[in-house]
Design a protein around this ligand. Structure first.
Ligand code: FAD
Ligand code: FMN
Length: 460
């Protein structure tokens, strides 16, 4: 190995895959400039790892999107906690930050500031100015990354920049990566019109809930993959309450384009809740969408999510969802049927009542009857005195569940963040029992699953 080559670690933090794709492009650019580059998700990194790598003179570039209301993606939480808990400064940590965001959100690229503030507090040394990419970053990436490469090459402050190490594992090139789609119809910056073809309430009487299946005509130039989301711009003419913002809302795509080449389907629950004063509040977008009529048009866009993708067609999948969390699973199953592999499909679904809240009931029953769905487990929380949830079904069926896992199954979870916590806890429990390991070790195993894409989640 050439000892005079500087080594750069790229850590990416992503929710839907853009930051990973950007990190891969950055990796290629740095390599073209003769740098040695290592590339990893931030999921298993903490400050100690950073300290040990930086002690060897390595540079660190963080590529992170912003999620929620100005937050770091989930996978960066451990790293961020370890930063917050750090007290001692270290000026020998050399870093740059590349942020991805969307200017239609009020806290644009806030992750860059959140990380930057801590790095500054800890006296780390910044090598390049912060980068904040809006949604249309494809055209400026090359030039921006060339500058970052040059900043590292000319840097003379790093006291020990020539030490080669394999601490972080070998360089890895990810060849099979989807291009990042931008432009017309692919971001909140350039929404297009989607016309309603069909709209149906999926609940039966007497359920007070409303969740609508909506089929939109797909504009000709656009394409999507099962696992993507459909973005909707909120209507502008409504009176908003302080909680209602102008951010685009996302809805998991509920169809496969292989099955419906000219349509995109979504599954939208109508949000109505009582505020602290007991006043009924209607969610802005979910009510707007539930009230649409055939022929109406919405301003929308397809939002790629490369972190929520089906595995190879012969790999088994276990789909766990609650309520509207069923949305992406319908698209996944359609895609599996169209691609005709040997992988088996298992749906674990929970909602309140079987008779009125079994979303897409007939489709699941038909899929089971025709052997496209190989196993189905249902948890009706309110159909008996004792509340039963999907995590209870997982625990009950742990032997079968672990048989599928041992056979290489991938797990997909879709529901609220709170519900995900319960499911994760159940998975820790059955992994710990099956492999005869501690809960902590089981949790680490699940983190490995997340890192490898064997456990994928779409948190609503
Ligand atoms: C990746 C992703 C995929 C999604 N997929 C789907 C999907 O397939 N189907 C679907 O229906 N939704 C989905 N969602 C949720 C969806 O994007 C919207 O958040 C949801 O429809 C509510 O939007 P709204 O405009 O109706 O509500 P808003 O007007 O935005 O109101 C929501 C706000 O109201 C407040 N609020 C909500 N409930 C309560 C309560 N009980 N008590 C007090 N305050 C409350 C909170 O501040 C909340 O942020 C998804 C979200 C994400 C991020
Ligand atoms: C629910 C949600 C919340 C978001 N919040 C913000 C935000 O607060 N600030 C911002 O700049 N971008 C925000 N974004 C935009 C994303 O950061 C942007 O789409 C980015 O390209 C996603 O990259 P990723 O796929 O690597 O996660 C948000 C996106 C979603 C879906």
């Amino acid at each position: 190995m050439n000892p005079s080559v500087k080594t750069v670690n790229i850590f990416f933090a992503t929710s839907s895959g853009n930051a990973k794709a950007v990190a891969i492009t950055l990796q290629k650019k740095l390599k073209q400039n003769g740098l040695r580059v290592k590339f990893k998700s931030i999921l298993k990194i903490d400050v100690d790892t950073l300290y040990s790598m930086s002690a060897l003179g390595q540079y660190n570039i963080f590529v992170s999107s912003t999620f929620g209301e100005g937050q770091l993606p989930d996978m960066a939480q451990n790293f961020y906690t370890s930063l917050l808990e750090s007290i001692e400064g270290n000026k020998n940590i050399f870093y740059s930050i590349v942020g991805l965001g969307d200017k239609s959100y009020s806290k644009f690229c806030n992750s860059v500031d959140v990380l930057g503030d801590e790095f500054e507090r800890l006296n780390f040394t910044k090598v390049s100015p912060d980068v904040k990419f809006n949604v249309d970053f494809n055209s400026i990436m090359d030039e921006t990354f060339q500058k970052i490469a040059e900043d590292i090459i000319i840097d003379t402050k790093n006291p020990n920049p020539y030490e080669a190490s394999t601490l972080m594992g070998d360089d890895q090139d990810e060849d099979e990566v989807e291009d990042i789609k931008d432009g017309l119809g692919y971001s909140s910056k350039e929404p297009v019109k989607f016309k309603v073809k069909e709209i149906i309430n999926l609940h039966d009487e007497p359920s007070p809930k409303e969740t609508r299946f909506i089929s939109f005509a797909l504009p000709e130039s656009l394409s999507y993959v099962a696992g993507d989301s459909f973005g909707v711009m909120p209507p502008m003419d409504e009176k908003r309450n302080p909680h209602q913002d102008k951010n685009p809302r996302l809805y998991s795509v509920s169809s496969s384009q292989r099955a419906y080449p000219n349509e995109v389907h979504v599954t939208v629950g109508r949000l109505v809740y009582k505020d602290e004063n007991g006043k009924l509040v209607k969610g802005l977008c979910s009510n707007y969408l539930n009230d649409l009529k055939v022929g109406d048009e919405v301003d929308g866009f397809i939002r790629q999510n490369t972190m929520f993708r089906l595995p190879k067609k012969d790999t088994d999948i276990i789909m766990i969802s609650i309520g509207t969390g069923i949305a992406p699973m319908r698209g996944f199953l359609q895609d599996r049927v169209e691609t005709d592999g040997n992988g088996k499909n298992w749906l674990i679904f929970g909602n309140e009542h079987m008779t009125c809240d079994f979303l897409y009931q007939q489709e699941w029953i038909d899929a089971k009857a025709s052997d496209n769905l190989h196993n189905i487990s249902l948890a009706w929380s309110h159909d008996q005195d004792l509340l039963i949830f999907v995590q209870d079904r997982i625990l009950e069926e742990k032997a079968e569940f672990m048989k599928w896992i041992e056979n290489g199954a991938c797990i997909y979870v879709c529901g609220s963040a709170k519900v995900y916590e319960f499911i994760h806890k159940a998975l820790v429990e059955i992994f710990s029992e099956f492999y005869n390991i501690t809960k902590e070790q089981a949790n680490d195993k699940l983190i490995d699953f997340l890192d490898e894409g064997r456990l994928q989640k779409d948190v609503l």
